[in-house]
Design a protein around this ligand. Structure first.
Ligand SMILES: *Cc1c(COP(=O)(O)O)cnc(C)c1O
Length: 407
């Protein structure tokens, strides 16, 4: 195994060489948004400087080239997820947009009064609210898989929740608060035994581990570009052709039609059917470059490195007096949520910022997780391929400082 050269990787990210409050930036909020390497920034700039044109409709060279570049990213994403049929890759604005797309396009067609949708107690609001809205609208019910004290889903309850009324299971691959990696393959198998489709929120999965949707077996897999070294404004919806073809369009407009008269509109085939209007072309190109970047390093290597970092961080933080962790499942990703007795998470966040350490504090768009552990907020450090042991040491030192101020 080639050693993971984190110092070389760090040099690819200009922002990591900057300072905050005269201290070197220690960026521990990749769970909210990851930083971009120079290659992604260059790709975006190059498009703006020399390649910009609208896609799909032009017959001139610039438009044809932009179209080819945009469509090439679809192929890159398909390869990234091990999808055989490129038409099953839909570009969206992000994870939230993609989930709303499925909630409308699948939900309004296949979910009716009396039906049920299963989510888990550890979902991001983006994978709760659209389903709640759908349920309210059609008269369906939301069912919730509970989580244990260490932050694992209760699979026995899950199995009992599955019934003939269940029309969809929507579950996160990795919890953005607890770090838990859910056993998606097993959960899909249980749902498929009853012919229930499964949507996976991969916002915290795809950036950090090799994802093979054929192996997982899920019907939908969704993620955002900006959490995996790409820009904002772009996300991916993978969906099985079987479902995408049966689903109604979500948004109407240009690019998603075959023909329009005032009497009737005929829709385009997938993927165009779900990409109404001018898409975020430049963001798609940035995402393609980000995938190339991550793949060159290797998703397996990144996952291995993050495990080492997470283990080190967990041990180092454990030495801090009066610390409580939220999410201690054996199979967890590089996310550590905690509280320090006697200090509010927001005060920790502010004091850490004085030391140049960027962490997230609050409910992390997952208020039901806060309710489960009966806390108003947590502090969350989330790591990525460019974080180091030194970053962890600075985090620990900074927390100890904050503790002193409050004692
Ligand atoms: C960040 C996140 C989302 C929302 O992603 P957006 O890019 O803000 O749409 C959804 N689910 C999880 C698990 C997340 O971490």
């Amino acid at each position: 195994m080639v050693e993971f050269d984190v110092e070389r990787i760090r040099r690819d990210f200009p922002v990591l060489a900057t300072s905050v409050n005269n201290k070197p930036l220690v960026y521990l909020d990749s769970g909210a948004s990851a930083q971009m390497p120079q290659s992604v920034i260059d790709r975006i700039n190059h498009y703006h400087q020399y390649e910009h044109a609208n896609i799909h409709r032009g017959v001139y060279q610039l438009s044809e080239q932009a179209t080819a570049a945009y469509e090439a990213v679809r192929t890159t994403v398909a390869r990234f997820l091990n999808v055989a049929d490129t038409s099953e890759i839909i570009f969206t604005k992000g994870t939230t947009h993609a989930i709303n797309l499925v909630a409308h396009a699948y939900g309004r067609k296949f979910v009716h009064a009396g039906d049920e949708i299963i989510v888990s107690h550890m979902e991001h609001h983006s994978n709760i609210v659209p389903w709640q809205q759908l349920c309210d609208e059609v008269g369906a019910t939301l069912k919730v898989i509970p989580i244990s004290d260490i932050g694992e889903l209760d699979l026995e309850v899950y199995e009992r929740l599955l019934s003939d009324k269940t029309k969809l299971v929507a579950v996160t691959h990795v919890s953005n608060v607890l770090g838990t990696v859910n056993p998606i393959k097993d959960m899909v198998a249980l749902a498929h035994a009853r012919e229930i489709p499964v949507l996976v929120d991969g916002a915290q999965g795809a950036p950090h581990m090799k994802v093979d949707v054929q192996d997982l077996g899920c019907d939908f897999y969704i993620f955002s570009g900006h959490k995996m070294c790409g820009p904002t404004g772009i996300g991916i919806l993978y969906g099985k052709r079987h479902w995408l073809e049966r689903m109604n369009p979500y948004e109407g407009g240009g690019d998603m039609i075959l023909s329009v008269t005032f009497e009737k509109t005929t829709y385009a085939d997938i993927p165009a059917k779900f990409e109404a209007g001018t898409p975020p072309i430049v963001s798609a190109l940035g995402l393609g470059e980000a995938i190339d970047y991550l793949e060159a390093i290797g998703l397996d290597s990144i996952e291995r490195y993050e495990k080492v970092l997470t283990k080190y961080a967990t041990e180092a933080l454990s030495d801090i007096k009066d610390i409580t962790f939220y999410g201690t499942a054996p199979n967890k990703a590089a996310v550590i949520s905690f509280n320090i007795k006697g200090v509010h998470a927001h005060d920790i966040g502010t004091l850490l910022n004085d030391d140049g350490v960027a962490v997230r504090t609050g409910h992390h768009c997952a208020q039901p997780v806060m309710q489960r552990y009966k806390v108003p907020a947590t502090t969350r450090a989330s790591f990525y391929l460019y974080n180091t042991i030194d970053d962890v040491d600075k985090l620990v030192a900074s927390i100890r400082n904050a503790q002193k101020i409050f004692s």
